[in-house]
Design a binder for this molecule. Structure first.
Ligand code: NAD
Length: 504
């Protein structure tokens, strides 16, 4: 398998069931973040390339929408088997381009598999309702039909899982897909497309176009794209939602986050410190469900911070392919520099820099895009390190006096993706889950990413649109309902009647 590279060092689009064979006017660098070297270049689609993918998808849709549910499930089961057999290859691709350590990439692929397994059972969720004799000898029934061509636009931080949150459900519901993955780590999407082809998916049902704003804008404006699923940062999510809906599309746009972990005085502080470090620095903090703020309720602050510091100092940071590494580099040099600028900001804004990640020992090539785990204490809600999504290994500790103060902090934040409470008090946890204005809540669980048969989505500026991702909300997003009212001809019903139909 070529992993989409039809020439050494070049990653191109996947259109109509094969690598694109055109010449691209524009392209971008893809790095190995652990060495800082350019590993390959990825083609950037222009408008005509996106149009080619959409036209192919539209043609494929006309027969795929009528493929039997059994045929679609057969493809999905075959894809699941292939992905499971070859998950090691996909894991390696993710680590090579994203930088997250192999064990973390393997976790991403495993969660992606869960989403595929959910899609294998979608026929059960595509059943409509049936009411016999809604009126005398009149039956009413509903059916769920696919939308047509749908666009999926994904971020860099989960190059395998996020595309697979959407693509299997969209396809299993009978749609054709144009996927535009992140240009920073594009190869996982091609690998997925090739596996789908091997699983028997007809050509054109899944296409991958690589690129930047040009490709995204064309997907948002193209009249034959009926819906768009987007995941990325909040400013772009808002833009995608507004632009896509203005062009008449159904849009779900998942945005950024600032996830708080509230630690109450009765919590087990060892468990809380383990969780804060795992969820704060796993994947170098480049997770939309990463914990970026610990809200320590008096009097736990000093003891909790000291336990977090002990754990940070033992973290093994380095090339994710090396044994034992727990945290890898940031995805690009530009992103690393942006995260570094927040370390400067935090100091100048008056927060206490307790652990400076710039001096952490690195097990790898020093040209990589490194920043070690960094901890600020006594952070204020007015500081930029608190307000902004940093998306790196920078953890802030805010200290508050009471549970109510902690709740106020979380609810005043513009984001509402994930949150967690650490406590041994069931009543406090129940109160929190009821009162907190956040879409996904963990009780002594720091990264509460819902399983595939629930749905994933934040509140407030973490999601634009009505539908959360995957699960039953995903099926709802990728289908539309038709209701049929049916009567088989009977002479007793003859005669003209201009009155509004009544049920008798
Ligand atoms: P990003 O917003 O920069 O990019 C996301 C996608 O949008 C990419 O495919 C990119 O090519 C495209 N894009 C970028 N700039 C654009 C522009 N100006 N116009 C049109 N398209 C554009 O996000 P990222 O840096 O790749 O990913 C990290 C962000 O994603 C973080 O904010 C993170 O919180 C968020 N995220 C959210 C979730 C969630 O479920 N809510 C999940 C993962 C990541």
């Amino acid at each position: 398998m070529s992993s989409g590279r039809n020439a050494p060092g070049r990653i191109t689009h996947w259109i109509g069931g094969k690598p694109w064979n055109g010449d691209s006017a524009r392209s971008g660098d893809v790095y190995d973040p652990a060495t800082g070297q350019v590993a390959s270049r990825v083609d950037f689609a222009d408008v005509s390339t996106v149009d080619e993918a959409v036209a192919g998808a539209r043609a494929a849709f006309t027969s795929w929408r009528n493929a039997s549910l059994a045929q679609r499930s057969t493809v999905m089961f075959a894809f699941r088997e292939l992905l499971n057999a070859r998950k090691g290859e996909l894991t390696a691709i993710v680590t090579a381009e994203h930088g997250k350590v192999l064990s973390d990439a393997a976790g991403e692929v495993q969660r992606a598999l869960e989403a595929v397994e959910f899609a294998c059972g979608i026929p059960h969720l595509l059943k409509g309702g049936f009411s016999e004799n809604a009126s005398t000898r009149v039956d009413v029934y509903s059916m769920l039909q696919p939308l047509g061509v749908v666009g999926v636009i994904s971020p860099f931080n989960f190059p395998a899982m996020v595309p697979l949150w959407f693509v299997p459900n969209a396809i299993a519901c009978g749609n054709a897909v144009v996927l535009k993955p992140s240009e920073k780590d594009p190869s996982a999407a091609n690998f997925i497309a090739e596996l789908f082809a091997e699983a028997g998916l007809p050509d054109g049902v899944l296409n991958v176009v690589h690129g930047d704003k040009v490709a995204v804008d064309r997907i948002l404006e193209h009249p034959d794209v009926k819906a768009v699923s987007f995941v990325g940062s909040t400013p772009i999510a808002r833009y995608v939602y507004e632009t896509g809906t203005r062009h008449g599309k159904r849009v779900q746009a998942l945005g950024g986050a600032k996830n708080h972990m509230v630690v109450l005085p009765d919590a087990d502080l060892d468990l809380a410190a383990d969780a804060a470090v795992s969820a704060g620095f796993g994947s170098a903090g480049e997770r939309c469900m990463a914990i970026s703020v610990v809200v320590a309720v008096d009097p736990v602050g000093d003891e909790l911070v000291s336990k977090i510091v002990d754990r940070i100092q033992k973290l093994h940071v380095g090339d994710g392919r090396r044994p034992g590494c727990e945290m890898g580099p940031l995805v690009t040099g530009a992103h690393r520099d942006r995260v570094l600028s927040y370390v400067d900001n935090g100091q100048s804004e008056g927060a206490s820099l307790i652990v400076d990640g710039r001096s952490h020992t690195i097990d790898g090539n020093l040209e990589g895009f490194w920043l070690g785990p960094t901890l600020f204490d006594h952070v204020g809600a007015d500081m930029s390190i608190y307000r902004d999504e940093i998306f790196g290994p920078v953890l802030s500790v805010l200290r508050v006096a009471t549970y109510d103060d902690a709740l106020d902090v979380v609810n005043a934040n513009q984001y509402g993706n994930g949150t967690a409470i650490f406590t041994n008090d069931g009543g406090a946890a129940r109160r929190f889950q009821n009162e907190v204005e956040v879409g996904m809540v963990g009780v002594n669980v720091p990264i509460p990413v819902p399983v595939a048969y629930y749905s994933f989505g934040g509140w407030k500026d973490s999601l634009f649109g009505d539908s959360h991702a995957y699960g039953t909300e995903g099926v709802h997003f990728f289908t539309r309902t038709k209701v049929v009212t049916s009567r088989w001809l009977d002479p007793s019903h003859g005669g003209v009647n201009l009155g509004f139909p009544q049920n008798t």
